[in-house]
Structures are given as structure tokens and as C-alpha cells.
Write a protein that binds this ligand. Structure first.
Ligand SMILES: [Zn+2]
Length: 185
């Protein structure tokens, strides 16, 4: 059984893998797949923009070595993406491979790609976040990317925020109507 400290130590190793990539304007990302008994099954990193993401590289590394990743844990330095960019979403590749647990060093601050952990959780994959030290190291590694995303965040797309607010307002209204029309006993 792998404990959080071991996952964080693997996350630090994954950060070293991530540093091999020349990924601008994409973030640097590294991933390591580990079996429940602690055996390393696959390693990967994002080589360059437009190339497979670290998660997919790690899955392919395991497959190439003939290792079964079902039920394994993936340690990844950035939350798996959940959108179709130049490559399909990593969340779907992780689900298809049967990974049971994903340990993330840094949540994806990019509003376009975010939601990976929620998607995985909804599909029954356990997710966890690294400890503070690892999170800080991951943030340092992708400082330039985080700065770029924070500029995007300065003007959040209204379309992504308003519907939710409106629907919750609407549902609040519905409840109040319902409670008023309920027969009094
Ligand atoms: Zn991805």
C-alpha cells in the first residue's frame, strides 16, 4: 500500500522528468505510474507543444514494456487536462487505461483545460493533491505558464460563469415558489 509521502516523493521525481520538456507555451508536465505494491510501471513527460501529454507518454511507456496499469496510481505534476486541444483529453486516456488513483502536484489553473479531477472522480477514480512542499515546487517549475494563465483569468469568459449563477438563482426561485404553493397542513 502506497502512502501519501511516497506519492509526493514520486511527484518530485515526476517534476524532474517534466523539466526535460521544451513545452512553451504549454506547461512542463511529468507523470509516473506506480503499482499498488510500489513498482514503477511507466514514466513520461510532455516533450513539446503538440506532442502527447505526459500522462499519455507514461501510459504508452507502460504498454511498451508490457506492464498492466489497471488499478495502478498515476502521479502527475499537473492536473490531467479535460478538453480537446491539439491532443484528446488525458482524462479519457486515464479512464480507458483503468488507472484507479491519480495524485496531482498542481491543479490546472487554465479555465479551458481544468475540471480533470472532477471528471476522474465522477468516473470513480480516486484523486488526491500533493503536500504543500511539492505543490510549491510544481508551481515554481511552471511559473511562466501560471503567469500566462493568470492574465487569461483577468477577464473570465462570462458565458462560462453566468449560466451556473442563473440556474442556481432560478432553482432558488423554484424552491420558493414550490414552498409557497405547498398545501398547508
Ligand atoms: Zn493532457
Amino acid at each position: 500500500m502506497i502512502v501519501a509521502e511516497q506519492l509526493d516523493s514520486l511527484a518530485l521525481q515526476a517534476l524532474e522528468l517534466a523539466a526535460r520538456g521544451a513545452t512553451e507555451p504549454n506547461p512542463m508536465v511529468g507523470a509516473i505510474i506506480v503499482s499498488p505494491s510500489g513498482e514503477i510501471l511507466g514514466r513520461g513527460w510532455h516533450h513539446a507543444a503538440g506532442k502527447p501529454h505526459a500522462e499519455v507518454e507514461a501510459l504508452q511507456d507502460a504498454v511498451a514494456a508490457g506492464r498492466d496499469v489497471r488499478g495502478a496510481t498515476m502521479v502527475v505534476t499537473l492536473e490531467p487536462c479535460n478538453h480537446f486541444g491539439r491532443t484528446p483529453p488525458c482524462t479519457e486516456a486515464i479512464l480507458a487505461a483503468g488507472i484507479a488513483h491519480v495524485h496531482v502536484a498542481l491543479r490546472d489553473p487554465n479555465p479551458i483545460a481544468a475540471g480533470g479531477m472532477e471528471r476522474l472522480e465522477a468516473a470513480g477514480v480516486r484523486t488526491s493533491i500533493a503536500g504543500e512542499e511539492v505543490r510549491a515546487a510544481a508551481a515554481r517549475q511552471n511559473e511562466a505558464f501560471l503567469r500566462w494563465v493568470s492574465r487569461l483569468d483577468a477577464r473570465p469568459p462570462a458565458a462560462e460563469i453566468r449560466p451556473r449563477d442563473e440556474s442556481s438563482a432560478a432553482s432558488a426561485r423554484d424552491h420558493s415558489v414550490e414552498s409557497r404553493t405547498l398545501p398547508r397542513r
